[in-house]
Design a protein around this ligand. Structure first.
Ligand code: NAD
Length: 302
């Protein structure tokens, strides 16, 4: 999807017809993947290995995992995919994850979520050592994030931060509203935005929040991480604000985000497309995390 009707910025960024700068996740993913490949070659091409665990035959999960392996290869990484049937059982899944945790040739472990019904996902996550937790979802990784300690941070929230940084969206002292409070996206993203050095003033909105328009319309940054098509309209957005769409809904018309793109691009200063914004960045940051994990394990210099 392209929106090429306004002249690009001096950095070559596309603008939407309404003049907002398009935060192109595909482009930034390609830049990051190519930087990762350069870093690995410069370190003498050590083997950096990402292992994924896919349980069941959920089509979107299969597609996500395929994409992760494709991009890992482009980054010069080795990848391994453990595929198990939906009825493999908790014990078998835990055995596989424990073996990956103990394998010195595996540097990052990602268990594709959601596991089929009936699995105890928390018990599986507990088996992933923090240094291999490239999804940033274990209690130790989340605890490190809360305490402001170095560690691996969730790929989707990290991807949002990379998009904001790449487009020099100011955060210090600015108001940010994150809609959604999940462990996967909303909560860690709120912590990252409020972190020392990033310094946004963050409001977390959720399903019980009252008057979303009122909460959002003074914000400099609005992030939708809900999964409700068109939740964020032009009325929610202050002129010039940066709007990031994380929500994914599959409709008959294809993938739709939380942001009413056509209306909001006429008001926003920066906006992500959907698809092509935060999705590719999630994969880029998974690979960034895999390289960080390999560094933590001494495979590359720190
Ligand atoms: P979730 O269901 O765990 O969380 C959704 C959040 O939205 C909840 O915190 C809930 O309180 C809030 N919410 C629900 N209805 C709301 C409303 N009307 N107003 C305000 N808040 C409301 O989902 P999740 O795992 O955080 O994922 C959120 C969305 O992001 C989903 O659509 C998911 O598919 C998508 N996602 C995208 C990426 C990506 O790479 N772009 C990655 C992960 C998840």
């Amino acid at each position: 999807m392209t929106y090429p009707t306004a002249p690009p910025t001096s950095q070559g960024d596309e603008r939407t017809p309404g003049g907002a700068i398009l935060m192109d996740g595909n482009r930034l993913r390609d830049e990051i993947v190519s930087e990762l490949a350069t870093t690995i070659v410069a370190a003498g091409s050590p083997s950096v290995c990402l292992a994924t665990v896919l349980v069941g035959d959920d089509a979107p999960s299969q597609r996500y995992v395929r994409n992760k392996h494709l991009q890992a290869a482009k980054a010069g990484m080795v990848s391994r995919n453990e595929v198990l049937p939906a009825d493999a059982g908790q014990t078998r899944v835990e055995q596989i994850v424990s073996a990956l945790a103990a394998d010195p040739n595996v540097h990052g472990i990602l268990v594709q979520s959601p596991l089929p019904a009936g699995y105890d996902e928390e018990a599986v996550l507990r088996l992933i050592p923090a240094v291999k937790d490239v999804d940033g979802l274990t209690s130790e990784s989340m605890g490190r994030l809360v305490r402001g300690l170095p560690g691996l941070v969730g790929c989707t929230p990290l991807g949002v931060m990379r998009l904001l940084e790449r487009h020099a969206v100011p955060t210090r002292g600015r108001r940010a509203v994150v809609i959604g409070r999940s462990m996967l996206v909303g909560l860690p993203l709120s912590l990252l935005l409020a972190r020392k050095g990033v310094d946004a003033t963050v409001t977390i909105a959720h399903s019980r929040s009252v008057d979303l328009v009122d909460l959002c319309r003074d914000a400099d940054i609005v992030v939708g991480a809900v999964g409700q098509p068109g939740l964020i309209t032009a009325a929610h957005v202050k002129p010039g604000a940066a709007v990031v769409d994380v929500g994914i809904s599959r409709t008959e018309a294809g993938i739709v985000g939380d942001v009413d793109f056509d209306a909001v691009q006429a008001v926003a200063g920066h906006i992500t497309p959907m698809p092509g914004g935060t999705g590719p960045m999630t994969i880029a940051c998974l690979l960034e995390n895999t390289l960080t994990a390999a560094r933590l394990q001494g495979v590359l210099p720190a």
